[in-house]
Ligand binder design. Structure first.
Ligand code: NAD
Ligand code: AHE
Ligand code: ZN
Length: 370
C-alpha cells in the first residue's frame, strides 16, 4: 500500500475533498504511476455533476495528466519504473476486434470494467478508511499515485515537459484528431467550430494546420474570441446576438453552409444547429461534446437525405500508444502549440478552483501541480 494525496469525488454535485487515500500495488498487467501534473477537462465536471450515466461515487476522477512509472505488476513489458508516461482513457491493446479493424481507435479490452470504475479483476486499487474508492476512465489522475492498465499508458520522450504534454491526455489530442482522423478536413474547407474551450480551440488549431479557408468560431462567451483568433479562427459568431436559429446565420454567411462543423460543447440543441449549418450535399458535422444522461439528438431526416453527415469522435480517433509519442515530438519541434491552452496554474490542493474557473468560462486549462 502507498499513501497518496487525492481529490475524491464523494458524491455528485459536491466539491472534491482532498484526503489521503491508500493505493494498492499494481496487479498483473497493471502499472503504478506517480502523477506530477493534471488538468481538469469539462468531462470531469460533467461526471461530477451527476449527469454521467457511468458516474459512480466515491471516485478519483481525472483523465488529463502526466507522470512517472513507480512500479509495474507481473507481465508488464512495455514500461519500467522511471519511464515518463501519459495515462490514456482510450486504451490500445492492439489485439481486440476494434484494434485490429483499422477503422477505429476504440479498444474493447478493458472498456466494460473501466466504465464501472474498477480494474479488470472487478476490484479497485484505491481505498479510504478501508472502503473502496472507484477508478475513473481508466486513469484517475486526481490522485498523486494511481494504478492503470499497461494498455492505458503510453511512454513518451523523457525530454518532454510533463507540465505541458499532460494536455495530450485529452483536450488537445481530441481536437486535433477530430479534424485529421474523423473529418479528414481538406485544404480550402469552410468550417465552423461550436464551443471554444480546449476542445474547440484544438479543433481550430487542427483546421489551421489543414489550411481551412474559413474557420467560424461560435461561442456565447465573447471572452473566448481572442484565443480562438490566435489559433486561427477567421470569424466570430455569438448566438446570443441573433434572434433566429444560428444555423440560418451560418448558412447565409457561407453561401449555403459549411463543409465541416464541430460541436465541442455537449449541448444537443447545438448539435442540431451544427448539423443544419452544413452545406447540402456534402457537409459533415462532428459531435465531440458529451451530453448528459437521457439527452437525445434530433433533426429532420431530410437533412441527412440531402447529403449532410453526422459523425462522432472519441479522443479524436487517435490510437494513444501508437500515435501520442509522435504528437509529443511534434510539440517538441514547435508544430503543436500547447502553451496557449494553459491559462492558469494551481497547487493540486486548489483543484476545486480549477473547476470553478472552467464553469465560469474564465479558463481553458489549469495545470495542477502535486
Ligand atoms: P469548456 O467548458 O472549456 O468549453 C465549452 C465552451 O462551450 C465554452 O467556451 C462555453 O462558453 C461554450 N458554450 C456553452 N454553451 C454554449 C452554447 N449554447 N453555444 C455556444 N457556445 C457555448 O469544455 P471543454 O473541456 O472544451 O469540453 C467541451 C466538450 O467536449 C465537453 O462536452 C466535454 O465533455 C467534451 N469532450 C469530449 C471528448 C471526446 O473525446 N469526445 C474529449 C474531451 C472533451
Ligand atoms: N460516460 C459517458 C460517455 C462519456 C464519453 O463519451 N466520453 C468520451 C471521452 S470524453 C473525454 O473528455 C469517449 O471517449 N467516449 C468513448 C468511450 O468509449 O467512452 C456516458 O454517456 O456513458
Ligand atoms: Zn477530457
Amino acid at each position: 500500500m502507498v499513501k497518496s494525496k487525492a481529490a475524491v469525488a464523494f458524491a455528485p454535485g459536491k466539491p472534491l475533498e482532498i484526503v489521503e487515500i491508500d493505493v494498492a500495488e499494481p496487479k498483473a498487467k497493471e502499472v503504478m504511476v506517480k502523477i506530477l501534473y493534471t488538468s481538469v477537462c469539462h468531462t470531469d465536471a460533467f461526471t461530477l455533476s451527476g449527469d454521467d450515466p457511468e458516474g459512480v461515487f466515491p471516485a478519483v476522477l481525472g483523465h488529463e495528466g502526466a507522470g512517472v512509472v513507480v512500479s509495474v505488476g507481473e507481465e508488464v513489458t512495455s514500461v519500467k519504473p522511471g519511464d515518463h508516461v501519459i495515462p490514456l482513457y482510450t486504451a490500445e491493446c492492439g489485439e481486440c476486434k476494434f484494434c485490429l479493424s483499422g477503422k477505429t481507435n476504440l479498444c474493447s479490452a478493458v472498456r466494460e470494467t473501466q466504465g464501472k470504475g474498477v480494474m479488470p479483476d472487478g476490484t479497485t486499487r484505491f481505498s479510504y478508511n478501508g472502503e473502496p474508492i472507484y477508478h475513473y476512465m481508466g486513469t484517475s489522475t486526481f490522485s498523486e499515485y494511481t494504478v492503470v492498465n499497461e494498455i492505458n499508458l503510453v511512454k513518451i520522450d523523457e525530454e518532454a515537459p510533463l507540465d505541458k504534454v499532460a494536455l495530450f491526455g485529452c483536450g488537445v489530442t481530441t481536437g486535433l484528431g477530430a479534424v485529421k482522423n474523423t473529418a479528414k478536413v481538406e485544404e480550402g474547407a469552410v468550417t465552423a467550430v461550436f464551443g471554444l474551450g480546449a476542445i474547440g480551440l484544438a479543433v481550430i488549431q487542427g483546421l489551421k494546420k489543414a489550411n481551412a479557408k474559413r474557420i467560424i468560431a461560435v461561442d456565447t462567451n465573447p471572452r473566448k474570441w481572442a484565443l480562438a483568433k490566435k489559433m486561427g479562427a477567421t470569424d466570430f459568431v455569438n448566438p446570443k446576438e441573433f434572434d433566429r436559429p444560428i444555423q440560418e446565420v451560418l448558412v447565409e454567411m457561407t453561401d449555403g453552409g459549411v463543409d465541416y462543423s464541430f460541436e465541442c460543447i455537449g449541448n444537443v440543441d447545438v448539435m442540431r444547429s451544427a448539423l443544419e449549418a452544413c452545406h447540402k450535399g456534402w457537409g459533415e458535422s462532428i459531435i465531440i461534446g458529451v451530453a448528459g444522461a437521457g439527452k437525445e439528438i434530433s433533426t429532420r431526416p431530410f437533412q441527412l437525405v440531402t447529403g449532410r453527415v453526422w459523425r462522432g469522435s472519441a479522443f479524436g480517433g487517435v490510437k494513444g500508444r501508437t500515435e501520442l509519442p509522435g504528437m509529443v515530438e511534434d510539440f517538441m519541434n514547435g508544430e503543436i502549440d500547447l502553451e496557449s491552452f494553459i491559462t492558469g496554474q494551481l497547487d493540486f490542493e486548489e483543484i476545486n478552483r480549477a473547476f470553478d474557473w472552467l464553469h465560469q468560462g474564465e479558463s481553458i486549462r489549469t495545470i495542477l501541480t502535486y
